[in-house]
Each structure stands twice: as C-alpha cells, then as structure tokens.
Design a protein around this ligand. Structure first.
Ligand SMILES: Nc1ncnc2c1ncn2[C@@H]1O[C@H](COP(=O)(O)OP(=O)(O)O)[C@@H](O)[C@H]1O
Ligand SMILES: [Mg+2]
Length: 368
C-alpha cells in the first residue's frame, strides 16, 4: 500500500487538514455576483504553511463548480500564462456553434476556433481584451473563470495590470474570480495605492499553524487506513512534534509509515526515530537551503533572535547583541522577512516562525 503522506513542497496532500472554514468561505464567495468583493481572496502564510496546497485544493473545488482555472506563479510571464492556461483548460468546454456566413463558417467573435484567438486579436489586443473575450466565450458555454496567483509579488507591473484588469472585468460583470497567495511580508510593503486598495478589499486569510486536535483527528484516521495502531499518547506526541506545521505533519506521518508495517502497533521507539528522522530531513531540505540563500550577517541576525528561548527578539536587543547600526539592520530585516523566515509580531520585534529553526540555530551557532 502506498504511503498516504507526501512530504514535498507544492504538492496537494491526500487530504487538506484544518482549512475547512477557509475553503467554505471561498466557495461562498464564488457564488456571489461578479464584481463582489468576496470573489477576490488573499491567502497569507509563511513558508511550508500550506499556501500552494490550499490553492490546488481551491482550484479543484472551483473546477467541480463550473470554473475554468488558471494557476500561475507570480512573475514576468504571468499574464501570458493566465491566458494560455485558460485556453488550454477551457477548450474542452467550448462547442463550435459555427455561424454560417454565406457558406463560410466563422468562429465566435474574436476567435478563429475554440478558444484560439483570431489573428486580428492576437496581433492587436492585450491582456484585458483577451481575458474579456475568454470570459464571454466560456460564459456562452456555461463556464466561469478563476485565476490563482501563487507567491504573489504585489509591487510589480504585472500585478498592477492584473488587479486593474480584474477590477474592470468585474465591473463589466464578467464571471471571474481571483485568489492570491503569498508571504505576509510581501504584501505588507506594497506601495502602489491601487494594488493596496484591491488587496485590502479582498477576503484575507492568514494560514496559522494547524490545531493539535485537527492533526490528531487526521493522524488517527490516516494511520487506521494504513493499518497501523497508535495509542492516544503517541498520537498526542506525534501531533505536538509537528508544531502545527503542515510540512512536518506530512514528514512525520511519512516516516511513521515507512518505519512500520501494516498490522503493526506503533512502538515508542518507532515514534522517536520518526521524529528524529523528520527533524533531520527538515534541517537538510528546509534549513540548509534557506540559510544558504542568506548572507553570513543575515544568519547572525537570526542567531541573535534565536538566542531567546521564544525565538522572538526586539530590534534593540538584536542591534545591541551584534553591535550594528539601525540602518544596516533594516536591510537584514527586510531580507529575512522576504525569505518568509521571520515575522514582525509587533512593531520593533522579530520572530522566527519556521518551526525548530530557532532550536537549530541555538545548537549550530555557525551553520556554515
Ligand atoms: N492543510 C494541509 N493539510 C495537510 N497537508 C498539508 C496542508 N497544507 C500543506 N500541506 C503539506 O505541507 C507541505 C507544504 O505545503 P505547501 O503548500 O508547499 O506550503 P507553502 O506553499 O505555504 O510553502 C506539502 O507537502 C503539503 O502537501
Ligand atoms: Mg508554495
């Protein structure tokens, strides 16, 4: 039997744990009329908190409700990718009701056939017109459009174009909705007013760590399906070890299944070995690449924060500990925020949010 658990970034788990409320609210939003603010959703969360997994799930749910979906990662080519994805995913729903014009058959206005644009549209029109034509054509065929943008970078030209286009189309009652996901820091420093207003109006969800209850309920069910028996005490220990982090939920589940066989009762040894293996993999697959992407000084700043047991430090503490100026500190601060490793829980403080990273930095003061 295959391992139910999939510890890898950007993959859709066999079940989404603990996000029912968000999924439900999102689906309610989709039922609103075009242009309604609930049709735009913004999902914020740190690395590994499950943004991509949730986007995949939302896309799936939307598809089963008549939406054609385009899921892209923020970047230069994003707008072209949105158009192409809708064409690809939507073409199967478009039937050719070719209008006979004096013996010739012509496609729908703006299209040569299916969802392929006519040469004229291709050559002369931009993103907004193309998206608008696609919405119309799909609507004739009973379909709506959902755009999903992962790793959103709000302060870019393409995002400005996307948000203004989306708002125009919503105003014209095109049947379109949008979901964006990204790091809290990438969104908190948007300068462009229009994008900011748009993001502020969207339905916002912050992906918090999963609750221990949700994880235990899921583990209990998943291990039963894997034919492993596990005691309530072990369940509690396994769930607590994830620290609510979806990536660790997958990792710990994965090793527990690998280290045992169907019909086995999980032993405490198996469980402790699992937790150790998961932590080691977390260090190798998440911490090392993350830290390698940072400068030595960035890591020293992290180290200064990690010194405090809670993984939180005030700016004053950090500056004093490292003997640096406030202005040079600012540059480390924004890099760490951008990397999704720390958050600013309040003004003048930084917190390490990647689970176990503070412990790791305490044990390995100079990781490189
Ligand atoms: N709600 C969830 N329930 C179960 N597993 C999840 C959940 N969210 C994410 N995961 C798993 O955790 C890992 C990290 O999720 P991912 O979506 O890649 O995080 P992010 O995009 O926020 O960095 C993946 O293996 C994913 O399948
Ligand atoms: Mg992701």
């Amino acid at each position: 039997m295959a391992n139910l658990f999939h510890p890898s970034f950007g993959s859709r788990p066999e079940r989404i744990v603990g996000r029912d409320e968000i999924i439900e609210q999102f689906l309610k939003g989709l039922e609103r009329e075009p242009g309604h603010r609930d049709r735009a959703t913004l999902i914020l969360g740190q690395r590994g908190m499950g943004k991509t997994a949730l986007l995949l799930q939302l896309a799936e749910e939307a598809r089963s409700r008549g939406f054609v979906t385009a899921r892209v990662t923020s970047g230069e080519d994003m707008l072209e990718e949105i158009i192409e994805s809708i064409q690809l995913a939507g073409s199967e729903f478009v039937t050719e009701k070719s209008t006979k014009v004096r013996g010739f058959s012509a496609g729908a206005l703006g299209f040569s056939f299916g969802l392929t644009f006519s040469d004229e549209v291709r050559a002369n029109y931009g993103f907004r017109t193309k998206l608008s034509l696609l919405c119309d054509r799909l609507k004739e065929n009973g379909r709506k459009v959902l755009i999903l943008v992962d790793e959103v970078q709000p302060d870019t030209d393409v995002m400005r174009t996307l948000t203004s286009t989306y708002q125009h189309l919503g105003g014209e009652e095109k049947d379109i909705a949008i979901v964006m996901a990204g790091l809290p820091s990438s969104v908190s420093r948007v300068l462009n007013d229009k994008v900011l207003t748009f993001l502020n109006r969207a339905r916002k969800y912050h992906l918090d760590p999963l609750s221990s209850g949700d994880i235990m309920a899921y583990y209990s069910d998943a291990f039963a399906r894997e034919e492993r028996s596990i005691s309530p005490k072990q369940l509690l220990r396994a769930a607590a070890s994830t620290r609510g982090f979806p990536y660790l939920l997958q990792l710990i589940g994965y090793y527990l299944v690998e280290f045992s066989r169907p019909g086995d009762a999980i032993t405490d040894d198996m469980l402790e070995n699992t937790i150790a293996a998961a932590q080691q993999e977390l260090e190798e697959d998440v911490f090392s690449p993350t830290l390698n992407a940072l400068s030595r000084k960035d890591i020293e700043v992290l180290g200064a924060i990690a010194k405090n047991e809670a993984g939180t430090a005030t700016v004053a503490e950090i500056i004093e500990h490292l003997g640096i100026t406030n202005s040079s500190f600012q540059q480390y601060r924004s890099r760490l925020l951008d990397a999704g490793i720390v958050t600013a829980p309040r003004e003048g403080a930084l917190q390490i949010t990647v689970p176990y990273l503070a412990d790791y930095l305490r044990d390995n003061p100079t990781p490189r």
